[in-house]
Ligand binder design. Sequence first.
Ligand code: SF4
Length: 321
Amino acid sequence: MAVSAIERRNAYAASSAGGSPLGAVAGLGSGSARDLGLYTNLITSAIGLSPRRAQQLKTAGLDHVQISIQADEPALSDRIAGTPSYDRKIAAAHLVKELDWPLTLNVVLHRHNIDRIGRILDLAEGLGADRIELANTQYYGWAWRNRTALLPSRAQLDQAEEIVRAARQRLEGKMEIIYVIPDYYSKYPKPCMGGWGQRQLTVTPNGNVLPCPAAHTLDLPRATVRGHSLAWIWGESPLFQRFRGTEWMPEPCRSCDRREVDFGGCRCQAFQLTGDAARTDPVCHLSLDHQIVAEAVQAANEGAEPVEADLIPRAYTVRRS
Ligand code: SF4
C-alpha cells in the first residue's frame, strides 16, 4: 500500500535504513519496488550483510548499497563505532563489488577522524567505491550530546577541504566525492529535507510516517500507515502540515528573502537547541538564538590541538513496533 501511494506521487527512489533494513529491502525488491520502477538503495552498517543475505538481496532486485565506515583503520573505526565492526564492513564492501552492485561509502566526519580524510579516500579508492559521502556530523540527538568531543576546529575543516579538492581532481570520472561541511560553520542553515513535507517522507519499520527521519523527536501528532493512507498523510495530516510552506514562520524568517530557499532551517535542530521547534534554526546568523551555535564553535577552536574528550555511546536497545 505504501509503495503504491509513493508511486502515485511520482517518487523515484526507495531507501531502507535503520530498523531491520536487510529484511525490509528483500521484501521491497521482490514485492513491488522494482515492478513500480523504483530504484532501491540499502543504507546499512553492513554488520549483518552475510554472503547468503547479499545473494538474496541481489536476487530480489536490490539496485544499490551504501555502507557506513567510521575510519580507515580498525582500532579507530571500532572505537568510534562502539563495537568491533571494521573487518565485517570491509568484507561486506568487497562482497558488494563482487556482486556487481554500485557501492557508496558513507563516512560521518568529526574531530576524531577528519584528520584522516586522505587515508579514508585511499581506502574507498582501493575498495572500488563508485561514490563516497564525506558528511560532517550534524549535531542532533546523540551527536549533540557528544558535541564537545566531536565538533572539529576551523583549521581541521580547512585542511580537509583542501584534501577533498585535490582528490576530486585526481579521481574525476572514477569516484564521485560528496563533501558536506558541518552547518555550525555555515552562515545560513541548510534547507533540511528540501523543506518540511516538500519532497521526502520516511516510513519507519513500525509504520510511522515522518517528514524527516529525526522528526520523531518533536512533540507533534503521529501519522501512521496503520491508520491512514500515505496519500492522506502526505497531503492532509497535521504532522505534514505543521511546518510546510512559510505561514508558520516567525521573524526574522517570515520577512526574509531566503525563506523559500532554506525554509528557516532544521526544525529538529531548532527544537534541540531552543526547546521550540517553531523558532529560526540557530545556525542562521540572523537567528535570535545564534549565540548558542557561536559559543559552541568558539569552544571548538580554543586551543591549538584537538580536544580528546570521551564519547558517550548510544545504548543498544531492541525497538518494538
Ligand atoms: S532568517 Fe530564516 S529564512 Fe532567513 S536565512 Fe535565516 S533561517 Fe533562512
